[in-house]
Every structure is written in C-alpha cells, then in structure tokens.
Design a protein around this ligand. Structure first.
Ligand SMILES: [Zn+2]
Length: 372
C-alpha cells in the first residue's frame, strides 16, 4: 500500500493560483464549495497526509466521489458524516476517479453499506480488481528484474524483497463484482445536472475527471493537483510503456476546459487557475526532460539519473521505487522521441543520448502535444 501521488514537486510549484477557501474542513465535517458540492477531507498515513473527497447533492440523495483509504479511521469518519449529513437520504452513486487505494479503498464498503452502484472507468475497475487478487508472499520475478535493470544495488533489492508483495489489497475493501462504466466524452447526470467525463492518462491508466459546465466546477482527482505533481511511473507490469507521453498529452487536452473553472483536486485545496497550473505541470516535466537529456552524454542507469531529476537521494524503499518508476518514465519519453538509446550490460539498462540535436524545454513542450 503506498501513497502513489507524488515524489517530487521541485519543478511544478505555482505560486499564483488562487485558493478561495481559507480553511480546510474539520475532521468529519462537510464544507460546501459550490452549490450542492461538499468537500470532505480524510486522513492518510503517508507523507501526503490527506485526501479530498466530494459529496454531491443528487435528487434528494447524495453521490459520493472517491472514498478514502480502506482503514478503520476512514470508516469512522464516514459513519460520522452519514449521521451528521446524509442519513436518511439515499446514496445514489459511488463514483471513483481511479484505482489508487486512497481513492477506491472504501468503495466496496460504501457500495455494500448503501446499495448504490459503483461508477468507474473500465481499466481502473479491472486494475483494482486484479491487484486485490494478486497477493503473494514474494515479489514476482518480473518486478525484481525491473529494479535490477534500473541499476538497484543488492541492498536496495533486498529491501524490496523484505517488503513483500500484495500490499494493495490491505488498503482496499473487497470490490463489487459489477460496476457502471464511465467513458471519456460521455456524461453523468448528478442532481439533474450534466457532468462531462474527461479521462486523463499517465498517472493512472483511465483516470476519470468530472466537469459541470452549469457550475463551472472540475472534480480533478489526481489529474491536476495544485501544489505537488502527480507521480507518473513506468511499472514492471508494462516496462516498455511511455506514460509520460500519455500524461503530457492529457494535460494539453485538459486546456480545452474553461480557465474559469473551480478545480477540486484530491490533494491540497480547491483552486482557480486551471490553465496556469496545466502549463506549470507541463513545463515542470519538460524542464526535467531537457536537464536529463543533457546529463546523458555518457551512459547512465535509471538509478543514476534520480539525482538529476529530483535533486535528492531516496533511502526509503517505497519512495525509491516511486522515484525509479518516474525516472524511467522520463527516460522512456526521451527514448520514444529518438533522443536516447538503451543498451544492456549484465541485465542493467544504460541510457545514452543519440546523435540527434538537443531539444530545448520549449521544444519538449511543443513535442509533448503529440501528433495533431
Ligand atoms: Zn492517484
């Protein structure tokens, strides 16, 4: 079980966003942030110590968006919220933005408790169901080979082995065996209002955001966070993927949403300044890509690039694995762009710049829009 949102924020801090709410809601309290849209904050036992959930009025009932980590403390808070704010009104939908445990953790529990159906995209549902079932005593060989290839030393590999495998299921209550599918470009009616479904990729494979034009409100999940940048990682399950391309294309796509929208992120506070933030995130990654490409004048392992990318070392095994995944995501982007080549020695991957001309940060920003 991990806090899978972020390892780094160095390149992406935006000072000029505006935060319309001075205080965060107290434990177990709802705070109305737009007509019929209520903010609920849940604790998380990670560096990132909270998640924002949303309770929406829905035709004399409510719809819940995201659910908190599957732990007793979050359940106790939900019980309090039901008693103070929801009962005896029915819950009409349990909506989940993506499969990460802090978002989906209590979805199954809430579905059983309320009888409401689960609304989620297909890939996120299948990922969550798969990971809940994938519990084993030892990490699979693919995972260990992945970290070996990244250049981890024996001590780091051992720490990973000691960590075991299958922690995901510990933070996620059993999910229902069926769900209602949310699809990019479709709509969902909540309180007789139309919410557009905007899918983003890269942080999670089919992450759902919801935008209501009538309210000019965007429920952004982890797709657009104001103060930290979401983790974008290559995983051992798909070692040749290029999630950073997906991520950057999604950020460009979200600029079609109005800049006036009130953005409700899963971490930190609601804010205005969507386009500035999207640009900040795109620029942050592109600055990293430029820096990384420059550094690869001699062959380096993924591990050896982490200092360049994050400006720090990672001793904690969980943070090291997140940083490694994110480092490989940047390397894979450069490789897909033809700027970097990979070679292997004793199972370890080395990345080195090709003869292609260097690309500036602005060049990366342009390139990251993807094919027209
Ligand atoms: Zn997430």
């Amino acid at each position: 079980m991990s806090d899978s949102s972020t390892v780094s924020d160095r390149d992406s801090i935006s000072a000029e966003l505006s935060y319309p709410f001075e205080a965060v809601p107290e434990r177990g309290a709802l705070l109305e942030v737009a007509p019929g849209v209520h903010w609920l904050r849940m604790p998380l036992p990670f560096n990132l110590d909270h998640i924002n959930l949303w309770v929406l009025d829905d035709c004399d009932g409510v719809t819940l968006v995201d659910t908190g980590l599957g732990m007793p403390d979050s359940k106790a808070i939900w019980e309090e919220v039901f008693e103070r704010y929801i009962d005896p009104r029915p819950v009409r939908k349990v909506v989940v933005t993506h499969f990460h445990p802090d978002h989906i953790g209590l979805a199954g529990w809430l579905v059983r408790k309320t009888g409401a159906p689960l609304y989620i995209s297909r890939t996120e549902y299948l990922m969550a169901r798969m990971l809940c079932l994938d519990v084993r005593d030892e990490p699979p060989p693919e995972l260990m080979r992945f970290y070996e290839a990244a250049g981890w030393d024996e001590t780091q590999l051992d720490a990973q082995r000691q960590n075991g495998y299958g922690n995901y299921a510990k933070g996620v209550a059993e999910l229902p065996a069926g769900y209602m599918r949310l699809m990019d470009g479709a709509t969902l009616s909540i309180d007789d209002k139309t919410w557009e479904i905007w899918v983003g990729e890269g942080h999670a494979p089919e992450h759902v955001c919801l935008y209501c034009a009538e309210r000019d409100v965007l429920i952004a999940g982890d797709q657009v966070l104001p103060r930290i940048s979401s983790n974008v990682s290559v995983y051992a399950t798909e070692p040749e993927s290029d999630p950073l391309s997906d991520w950057l294309r999604s950020l460009h796509k979200f600029k079609a949403l109005p800049d006036t929208a009130l953005v409700l992120p899963s971490h930190n506070e609601p804010f205005y300044g969507l386009h500035m933030r999207l640009d900040g995130l795109i620029n942050g990654h592109c600055a990293k890509l430029e820096r990384l490409a420059r550094k690869l004048d001699t062959p380096k392992t993924a591990l050896e690039t982490l200092d360049t990318l994050f400006g720090r070392k990672f001793d904690n095994p969980m943070l090291l694995s997140m940083a490694t995944g994110e480092g490989i995501a940047h390397l894979r982007f450069l490789e897909s762009a033809g700027l970097v080549e990979r070679s292997y020695k004793d199972g370890v991957a080395y990345y080195c710049r090709t003869a292609s001309p260097a690309m500036s940060k602005a060049g990366f920003v342009e390139y990251s829009r993807g094919p027209a």
